[in-house]
Design a protein around this ligand. Structure first.
Ligand code: KG4
Ligand code: ZN
Length: 358
């Protein structure tokens, strides 16, 4: 069974081919550089870049796999949530190929791509506990099966990656800021600035990063005579220390809330074995290490996709598509791309299980 997956929901144009033996046969990925000058992803610029490159990216993934288009059994595309212009580009390309090749189409929720990706690279059985931390989302979920998700908590304001990016931007680091912030933090003192841990004492598994971000802003403002962060005079060591202190606080929030979620997970699923982190922020080694320490202490197995598959890629969409296809969940060709699409919203066995509500 061979599935082609297409990803175009943010600023990566990507495609990959996988099979049911968990082999990545071919892949191709283009990280759009056009957005750097703007300090963030510009939706129209992203959509145009996807349009420009999607055909070549698909062709190159199939060529890399050493197969012909006719050898593909199904074609999956990230069909939301995301920037709708880009999502449409990937979905239309997938549907056109499905019509031309007479193959089934599979609408994959981009978050499901992140959620299932670790099952391609690690031996992880359902159910498992998932911390999904990306640029647009921050959720704790129980993954019961393909398409069966129970959300235990979510951010009530910024996503984790969004907070990393905004703090990095305030410090004059370029975009995307997350990886640059992590690098700067390596040379910083995480105890120098004491930052708040919003919602840490609340009984639920929800998270909040907005107050943490504002606290960082206030520190930076204090380095400017006129209180304007653009005029702040920061030594490189100050930047490193702020990055380390922020990363420490953000990680602390994630670890504490995941600990609460583990208690719920264990009570509901005593046989569950794994704690998984995925999404772009899961590329952060400091976070991975702290989550592993938590999982070890709780007697659970920590797992995460390899760092290169944490940020958006075609492999995760192809793999989620393959898991759906194995269960017989294909989608109708009139499936409409969805800019918003909560992962825990749809019933898996619903007609056209790509996302049609039961
Ligand atoms: O999953 P992703 O590629 O796109 C979305 O679905 O949003 O995640 C991108 C996010 C960005 O906010 C980026 O700054 C963050 O992941 N990110 C990181 C790291 N690498 C990527 N954040 C912290 N540390 C990293 N090493
Ligand atoms: Zn993503």
């Amino acid at each position: 069974m061979i599935v082609l997956g297409i990803e175009s929901s943010c600023d990566e144009t990507a495609a990959a081919v996988v099979n049911e033996k968990r082999q990545i046969l071919g892949q191709s990925l283009l990280s759009q550089q056009e957005h750097h000058a703007f300090g963030g992803v510009v939706p129209e610029v992203a959509a145009r870049a996807h349009l420009e490159h999607i055909d070549d990216i698909i062709k190159s993934a199939v060529k890399d796999a050493g197969i012909a288009f006719k050898d593909i059994d199904a074609i999956a595309a990230a069909s939301g949530p995301g920037l709708i212009g880009g999502v449409i580009v990937g979905v239309m390309a997938a549907k056109a190929l499905c019509v031309a090749l007479d193959k089934p189409f599979i609408a994959v929720n981009h978050l499901e791509g992140h959620a299932l990706c670790a099952r391609l690279t690690n031996d992880i059985t359902y159910p498992y506990l998932l911390l999904l931390v990306s640029g647009g989302h921050c959720q704790i979920l129980i993954v019961k099966d393909v398409g069966e998700y129970e959300r235990l908590g979510t951010t009530i304001d910024d996503a984790a990656g969004e907070a990393f990016d905004k703090v990095a931007k305030m410090l004059g680091l370029s975009y995307p800021g997350g990886p640059l912030l992590e690098k700067a933090a390596l040379s910083g003192n995480e105890k120098r600035f004491v930052l708040p841990r919003p919602l840490i004492g609340s009984d639920d598994c929800n998270l909040s990063f907005s107050g943490l971000k504002t606290a960082v802003r206030k520190i930076i403002e204090s380095y400017a005579e006129d209180g304007d962060i653009k005029n702040a005079i920061l030594e490189p060591q100050d930047v490193n220390d702020i990055c380390a202190s922020f990363q420490y606080a953000a990680t602390d929030c994630l670890v504490k809330k995941l600990k609460k979620a583990i208690t719920i997970f264990k009570a509901k699923y005593p046989t569950g074995k794994h704690v998984v982190v995925s999404g772009g922020v899961a590329a952060n080694t400091y976070l991975r290490e702290h989550l592993k320490t938590l999982a070890d202490a709780e007697g659970l197995i920590f797992a995460a996709p390899p760092i290169k598959f944490c940020t958006d890629n075609g492999v995760m969409i192809a793999w989620a598509g393959l898991e759906r296809f194995q269960k017989g969940y294909t989608s109708p060709l009139d499936f409409k791309p969805r800019p918003r699409w909560p992962l825990d919203e749809f019933a898996p066995k619903a007609a056209g299980a790509g996302g049609v509500k039961a």
